[in-house]
Design a binder for this molecule. Sequence first.
Ligand code: GDP
Length: 205
Amino acid sequence: MNPYYHRARFLKSAAALDQLPPHEDAREVAFAGRSNAGKSSALNVICSQKSLARTSKTPGRTQLINLFELDPGRRLVDLPGYGFARVTQPIRVQWQGLLTQYVETRECLRGIVLMMDSRHPLKDLDLQMIEWCRSLELPVHILLTKADKLKHGPAKQTLFRVQKALADDPGISTQLFSALKREGIDTAHEVLDRWLDVPPPETTA
Ligand code: GDP
């Protein structure tokens, strides 16, 4: 467990790109996924904090990009969840527009952590997200969330199935993850360390 991530602090919410902090000399990793995939829970356990990202949300309200700072210039970014069928069309357009603009234009974005419920991975919108990142040459690390809901064997089979489906792309990696059981945190930290260029623990603890 890398204590570096405990220092994450809410920095700001942005409803439009011009509200984001400067991208120069910065590195960001963005967390994305379908609504309810377990993104807020994953962010919270990765940062060892109970309520850094909000886990209960009201569907239908305008969504924001939430930024969490680790260091000046190193940030974790919580993107609006996609695919919530019940939100109204104008809100969907607003937040998917924001998500699209952020991913396509943010120069300091180093990679996307993509949450997928391990019981229903690779839904259409997830595949679209992966294809889109591929086209932008943006690395993707997939967390197969809520792995505690599957027994060991089926969880491993899901991991192999997803890895096989995406095997031809070296820019994509996949792991099992459970916020509830706190499993998979070290592997997630290793990916974040690499993307954010986090100094070794002895200099950051
Ligand atoms: P988000 O919409 O992607 O931010 O998802 P949340 O983090 O709010 O989680 C959605 C639901 O899944 C909540 O009811 C969580 O309690 C539940 N959940 C999230 N992570 C886990 C997990 O690791 N195991 C289990 N069993 N449930 C989880």
